[in-house]
Design a protein around this ligand. Structure first.
Ligand code: MBD
Ligand code: FE
Length: 284
């Protein structure tokens, strides 16, 4: 990956896009919590913060560094990135507690609704010579009581081989590696795509400063993002990873689960990998 690409696709560009996306899709709908709940949650958050300051004897220098950094997160548009990388996994854990079907995991900052509709057997929109090992991802969507779910919706999005998501990095076709696949009459789907590469969160913004200040690494393991749904059933938002891949045991976003691993097998010519993964949905 060239310096120019890295720079263009850096914190400012992807952060601004993710912030804008979030505002238009979700923020406006988030009104209306009652005062008692707000009091409970904000008081708990502040009390935890006060405890940390006392326990670790936080200095004015550190307090001011925190203030400057928080301001920078906003200026870089990196609130969606920060929250989805370091907080969302616990929200998802709580939200998924009582579901019996397929495991979910975090959505992350790069979902875009209404990707082009595709038939049950389809190739994700991609460039003519899209880099990466071709991957056939296939499976079936069923209900918890085991019946197939005809015409289930399998929304899929992923980074390209350089770790860039369309609509969040420049110079990519609008719907590159994004699609809404409609399963067939027995809930089956067959999606041709490419095997994604590990993903590095932008290092040139406030989240990158935090990563290097703390001596962490900025990587997520290679992953496919999915939202699977059917009328009358709970939508599951999930990600799938690759057994043995880099960072599967050390995801910066803490979003890997043992149930979410794929182990594609090379087929015939060896230049194509294939894997089957079924989804099980809970009743709504
Ligand atoms: C990603 O691609 C992602 O999936 C998450 C959770 C955070 C940052 C980038
Ligand atoms: Fe991702």
């Amino acid at each position: 990956m060239t310096d120019t690409t890295t720079e263009q696709a850096g914190a400012a560009a992807s952060g601004a896009a993710a912030t804008e996306r979030f505002r238009s899709r979700i923020a406006s709908a988030a009104a209306g919590s009652d005062a008692e709940r707000v009091d409970t949650l904000v008081t708990a958050l502040l009390t935890a913060t006060h405890d940390i300051i006392r326990r670790h004897k936080v200095t004015y220098e550190e307090y001011n560094a925190l203030k400057a950094w928080l301001i920078q997160v906003g200026e870089d548009g990196e609130w969606p990135l920060f929250l989805d990388v370091w907080v969302e996994h616990v929200v998802e854990e709580v939200a998924g507690e009582s579901r019996e079907g397929s495991k979910g995991t975090i959505e992350g900052p790069y979902y875009v609704p209404d990707a082009p509709a595709l038939p049950a057997e389809a190739t994700l929109p991609m460039r003519e010579n899209e880099a990466g090992i071709p991957l056939l991802f296939q499976g079936q969507v069923r209900s918890v009581d085991d019946g197939p779910l005809p015409a289930a919706k399998v929304e899929m999005w992923q980074a390209d081989d350089d770790g860039f998501y369309s609509q969040f990095a420049p110079d990519l076709p609008e719907w590159n590696l994004r699609g809404t696949v409609i399963a067939d009459g027995t809930g089956h789907f067959k999606i041709y795509t490419i095997q994604p590469a590990p993903y590095q969160i932008p290092t040139d913004g406030a989240c990158g400063s935090l990563v290097s200040a703390a001596g962490w690494h900025p990587w997520r393991p290679a992953h496919l993002h999915l939202k699977v749904s059917a009328p009358g059933y709970q939508l599951v938002t999930t990600q799938l990873y690759f057994t043995g891949g880099a960072y599967v045991d050390d995801d910066i976003a803490s979003a890997v689960k043992p149930e979410l691993m794929l182990d594609p097998t090379p087929t015939g010519d060896g230049e194509h990998h294939e894997v089957t993964y079924d989804f099980v949905l809970d009743r709504a």
